[in-house]
Design a protein around this ligand. Sequence first.
Ligand code: PLP
Length: 474
Amino acid sequence: MQDNNNAPLYERLIQHIERRPLSFHVPGHKFGEVFSEKGYDIFQGILSIDATEVPGLDDLHAAAEIIKESQDLAARFFGSEETYFLVNGSTAGNMASILAACRPGDTVLVQRNCHKSVLHGLELAGVDPVFFTPEFEDHTSRYSFLHKNVIIEALELHPRASAVILTYPDYFGRAYPIKEVIDAVHQYDVPVIVDEAHGVHFSLGDPFPPSSVHAGADLVVQSAHKMAPALTMSSYLHISGERVNRARLSYYLQMLQSSSPSYPLMASLDLARLFLSTFEEKDKESLLSYLGKMREVIAGAEAPYRVLPVDLFDDPLKITLEAQKGYTGFDIAAKLESVGIYVELADTKQVLLIAGLSHSIELGRLKKRLSEVNWQLKSPDDHGTMKRELLSIPKVQSLALSYQDMQQETPEFVNWSQAAGRICAEAVIPYPPGIPFILKGERLTEQQIHYVQSLHEQGASFQNTDIKQGTWVF
Ligand SMILES: Cc1ncc(COP(=O)(O)O)c(C=O)c1O
């Protein structure tokens, strides 16, 4: 039996290449022997473990040997009954979870501030979502705190819902009493799916918020690549209990993921679990002390922002700056970028910085860069258009048109001035974070349109067809 100090899949890949195998199989780069010279030096290490399903290396879609061993170690560390490695991010995990737990026409209760992959999963599954909104918190200026009563109210109205889908924590690392919420849902014997894309490190324990796997969720999706050291696109899907059918889950995972899963991604999942499982109390203490100093350096810069304090429900790896003195979050982010400090995201009010699980940024260097920022705005007009309005979101909301009905309709593109009162045929998604303001199937209001236009004017990026002109509607 392997223990937590091993990375069986990674080690097996190394053994494989040490045998200097003669590759008469895909991929075409033949462990890096054939590759564009230009990228060879950088890619070489990764290409050497970019294998395929040959004997000894198992098969993600029918894991029985070395991949299963690595997945089992992950399950043991994270505390689930079973863990799947995902090579198409939490995106695939969210979609497969919804398809596995729900049938067309089912009512599903969904936390409103969810990622677009959840909405895409709902649409693919052809379910009827009922959205519930967490409470607005003045000190964070976000709808982020979910109280169990909100869920209980929704379940009283829809006791036959086939699933409750939560997002925990939010993009800014804000958590809530997850166990209370999950226990309340389980009183109705309804499965809980948690998009914990930003919480893979919660298994490290206090002072990180509790992991929803430990809190008893049925399915939990975590992006290893977001908060742990893993390659982009590598995620975990944890399943526990009998409420969701496992055969359906693995069927949809095969459908939504590549039939040639990347071994470097899977090996990085194996190594990310090893990293987390060997992260000791002393590492945590040293990290937290470093993060405290990092906050002091950031707060100490004479800059038009305030560093939001970390409270009980906050992930200490996330640092939120609140713009002040007439600046927007976009202004602050642009100023930081001008001295080579790149942030995770910005909005009208805030800027999110994500620190990793290591002392990767030298604090002296950070202080120097911050001191080099010229905080003057080019002209008063730079922030003259700034609007800090708040978008009001209904507490509980269904779509104005079901996904099935939308399939039958042909959308048209209209100018924003003609969009109010029409049903949105594309979600309006600022990116990052990829969390829609307006849902596909929702009836558009003047306030929403005004809000989106104002955000666009202030520099927010959207993934929509032509956000400047208008949108697609039914
Ligand atoms: C809350 C949330 N869920 C899911 C995802 C999708 O994750 P991935 O990039 O691993 O596919 C994201 C990505 O930003 C996210 O923020």
